[in-house]
Design a protein around this ligand. Structure first.
Ligand SMILES: Nc1nc2c(ncn2[C@@H]2O[C@H](COP(=O)(O)OP(=O)(O)OP(=O)(O)O)[C@@H](O)[C@H]2O)c(=O)[nH]1
Ligand SMILES: [Mg+2]
Ligand SMILES: [Zn+2]
Length: 315
């Protein structure tokens, strides 16, 4: 039988199939995956399973993924898949409480690994600052759709609903930005648990503890748990710049063709930052992501060293 993982807690996965919903364990505990991963299965994964009773089963195979949203899990020292097989990632942030953090959005874009991203700025019932408006405008100029909504007052929720028709959508963002409140306002029959902010630190309390897939009218949502710090996945550092669309054209002209736009000589990306053509904060955001990979995993570093050798050869 085949189905979709809609939830996973303590190695028990809820699998939705045309024959109903089954609570499944993984057969033999470990599924074969190409890369070592923090979690073998994520919400959104398509699986094959054997039915063992009316409501239970054993998962035997994870079917190939169309795409996945991954972050680096610093405790597990591995990439963790937060959602698989999605059409759109909504990078959710809030105007205030927690404060608007564009670098968080950049990280969400990086972790989306090629999945289309749209930005949702929630809590529009709170006043924007000039800086915030400018940054949102910058994302629009770069080609991202950005929705200003309020899950509290319902402002623009219908616009967002129209955008996600027919799609499977993952909501990702810091704790407390209002992802679960948004789910509840997009699907009124839902009552995902939501949490008050921690007043002292003006941030969320990690109310949602695991990803869940929820069906709406003509769309499917994946509510994910907010994280305080969002580390980018560790694979090939060269892929991080893919999250910065404005780097694409100048990077063609970098002296080294595997330039990481850091300290390499003749870097056209850096040159454009100096010329004011690339936003300096976006560049800083990139550099921080790149440097955050340092000393985390030997795997990518080996890849980097190998690339450097290739550069020497090419040059
Ligand atoms: N002012 C205002 N507050 C909102 C809005 N949306 C959500 N909130 C509040 O923000 C707080 C956090 O909301 P949640 O939906 O629990 O946030 P979350 O992103 O799901 O947080 P985690 O599950 O911890 O990742 C709650 O107190 C909500 O009432 C909004 O549009 N405006
Ligand atoms: Mg939540
Ligand atoms: Zn460069």
């Amino acid at each position: 039988m085949e189905g979709t993982v809609t939830r996973g807690i303590n190695n028990i996965y809820t699998v939705s199939s045309p024959d109903g919903t089954f609570l499944c364990r993984i057969k033999g505990k470990i599924l074969e995956t190409k890369e070592p991963e923090y979690n073998p299965l994520a919400v959104g994964d398509h699986v094959q399973f054997n039915r063992t009773s009316d409501a239970e089963g054993l998962i035997t195979l994870r079917l190939p993924r169309r795409n996945c949203f991954q972050r680096w899990n610093p405790k597990g020292l591995a990439n963790q898949t937060m959602a698989a097989n999605v059409d759109l990632v909504l990078a959710v942030c809030s105007v205030e409480s927690p404060p608007f953090r564009p670098r968080f959005i950049d990280r969400v874009i990086a972790c989306s690994r090629g999945i289309e991203v749209a930005i949702v700025v929630n809590k529009s019932d709170i006043l924007y600052t000039e800086d915030e408006l400018e940054r949102i405008e910058l994302y629009r100029k770069l080609g991202y759709q950005a929705f200003s909504v309020s899950a509290k007052t319902g402002e623009n929720i219908d616009v967002l609903k129209a955008r996600i028709q027919g799609l499977t959508v993952a909501l990702v963002g810091q704790s407390g930005v209002g992802k679960s409140t948004l789910v509840n306002s997009l699907i009124p029959s839902q009552s995902q648990k939501t949490g008050e902010l921690c007043e002292k630190y003006n941030r969320g309390r990690h109310t949602t503890t695991h990803s869940t897939m929820i069906e709406g009218e003509g769309f499917v949502l994946i509510d994910t748990p907010g994280v305080r710090e969002f580390s980018v996945w560790h694979d090939d550092p060269h892929l991080i710049s893919d999250a910065f669309v404005e780097f694409a054209a100048p990077s063609e002209k970098c002296e080294y063709h595997l330039c990481l736009h850091d300290n390499e000589p003749g870097c056209e990306v850096k040159h454009e930052v100096e010329e004011g053509l690339i936003d300096p904060d976006r560049y800083e955001s990139y550099i921080r992501m790149l440097h955050s990979l340092d000393d985390k995993t030997p795997k990518w570093r080996r890849a980097l060293e190998k690339d450097k050798e290739d550069v020497k050869k090419d040059y």
